[in-house]
Design a protein around this ligand. Structure first.
Ligand code: PNW
Length: 490
């Protein structure tokens, strides 16, 4: 494989961590094997299969539980520096509580991690990527304040068992998707649809759960293990549709609702929920006859616990939207979007993926990170997810995904050029997997997975070779056109 060695190319530093990301429920399968307990996705897909577009589930998924060596071989083929994956809480603690640890679960993750380390691939572990033990859901899940203690107990088991080898821990993947989609709407398990109430209860308890796990790591594990602990928040860019004060304010409220309520308590200098949105929710709650604000307050002690409780800001970034004060559609009352009171849209000329929510927006990583860098005083950033979907009918030739990844690389380089402390990038995803409500219809993989084949054979797409080339050479070579028939390995 040759790349041209253009000297004028902007380059990524050698210590920039390039990787890919996945999540336990989306890839592992083995849903009830070797002592694993039931989680909310097992429960929902088994009791309510029609909520999934193709009525599928993650019972087998990409069967990574049995194919983990092949997964690591793919990481090696791509030349990755790091791999972000999540642990299944109910595989480690079948009932969710720490009184009973499942040894087979510990062994599986030990094997996965040790296999990566053989190839010098840095494991980055997410503790929670949406698969809550069902027993804990029955006790209220993230609406029960005790979730922060249960999560801390689980985090202790993870740090104790894996922290000797894992140097990057991420507590939660995407609080917005957990709280808003799972509790405030019906687009993720546990499809509670408690609009305008569930989201905010979950937000408070999740932030505290993160903070307790962070302090546990900081006080009891950091000195001996020497790693880092952070959180990953989905931060798409929400810019104003026009430069009017109304649209600017609407965009600000939208950003606060979409990610500020999770980021502000942890990363802002003052702590707590963002003030404009808090005021708006308090006002609306009063008008609606609630005796209290639907957004629960933090006590001063809780505020202090969460403030500064992260070593880095993990950003999942996919796309952007324009926010318009006059686009206000009719939303359920109460609900988060009604609280914001504005609408968002995407210009027609932004290229479309197979996912309704995902278009290729111009330079949006750079826009989002520039904003976060300013309001949260220059944290260390990792892009922990970014990627593009094609539909199931397309297999290996994915030029639109290549266009998307190259555009992302330019946006990352713009971040580095402007002095943002961005230290790594994880592509979503290493391979096709169970895409939640979209089942196996939308595909995000650099590797194609054949879900009709019991072996779940994995085959690199064209984009895999392009990503490999970027990781190896540390710049974007637009001349490089992999020929899949003779594509290079190793
Ligand atoms: C992420 N949005 O979720 C998740 O972390 C992954 O598990 C998932 O497979 C991947 O993105 C692709 O969907 C997102 O509305 C959900 O912008 C929604 C959004 C972004 C990411």
């Amino acid at each position: 494989c040759h790349g041209s060695t253009l000297k004028h190319q902007r380059r990524f530093p050698d210590d920039f961590l390039f990787g890919t990301a996945t999540a336990s429920y989306q890839i592992e399968g083995a849903w009830d094997e070797d002592g694993k307990g039931e989680n909310i996705w097992d429960y929902m897909t088994h009791t309510n299969p029609t909520v999934i577009r193709d009525q599928s589930n993650g019972d087998i998924a990409a069967d990574s539980y049995h194919n983990y060596k092949r997964d690591v071989e793919m990481m090696w083929e791509l030349g990755l520096d790091a791999y972000r994956f999540s642990m299944s809480w109910s595989r480690i603690l079948p009932t969710g509580m720490a009184n009973e640890v499942n040894p087979a679960g510990i062994e599986f993750y030990n094997n996965y991690i040790n296999e990566m380390l053989k190839y010098n691939i840095e494991p980055m572990v997410t503790l929670y990527h949406w698969d809550l033990p069902q027993k804990l859901q029955e006790l209220g899940g993230f609406t029960n304040p005790l979730i922060s203690d249960w999560f801390e107990d689980y985090a202790r088991v993870v740090f104790e068992n894996f922290g000797d080898r894992v140097k990057y821990f991420i507590t939660f993947n995407e609080p917005r998707e957990i709280c808003y989609e799972g509790y405030g709407s019906n687009t993720k398990a546990p499809i509670l649809n408690a609009t305008g109430v569930g989201t905010y209860l979950c937000a408070k308890h999740l932030v505290l759960a993160h903070a307790k796990a962070y302090h546990l790591y900081d006080k009891e594990f950091r000195a001996s293990q020497g790693g880092e602990c952070g959180i990953t928040i989905s931060v798409n860019w929400f810019g104003p549709a026009t430069e009017t004060a109304e649209d600017e304010f609407a965009a600000e409220l939208m950003r606060q609702a979409q990610w500020g309520i999770y980021a502000h308590p942890i990363f802002s200098a003052e702590g707590g929920f963002p003030s404009e949105l808090s005021e708006r929710i308090a006002e609306k709650s009063a008008q609606q006859g609630f005796p209290w604000s639907r957004l629960p307050e933090f006590t001063d002690e809780e505020k202090a616990l969460a403030k500064g409780a992260s070593d880095f800001f993990g950003v999942n970034h996919y796309t952007a939207y324009l926010v318009s004060a006059s686009e206000h559609k009719s939303y359920p009352v109460p609900s988060m979007l009604d609280d914001v009171g504005a609408g968002s849209y995407v210009p027609d000329d932004w290229p479309k993926s197979a996912s309704s929510w995902l278009t290729l927006a111009p330079d949006s990583i750079h826009k989002a990170l520039t904003h976060l860098n300013t309001i949260y005083n220059k944290p260390v950033f990792y892009i922990t997810e970014n990627g593009w979907s094609t539909d199931e009918s397309r297999d290996l030739i994915d030029d639109d995904r290549i266009t998307y990844y190259r555009a992302s690389m330019e946006s990352l380089l713009n971040c580095l050029d402007s002095g943002i402390n961005l230290k790594g990038y994880m592509a979503w995803s290493l391979m096709d997997n169970f895409e939640w409500m979209e089942g196996y219809i939308e595909r995000f993989g650099l590797y194609h997975v054949d879900f009709s084949d019991p072996a779940r054979t994995r085959t690199p797409r064209k984009s895999a070779f392009v990503y490999k080339h970027i990781v190896k050479h540390r710049y974007v070579d637009y001349e490089y056109q992999p020929d899949l028939a003779v594509a290079c390995h190793g």
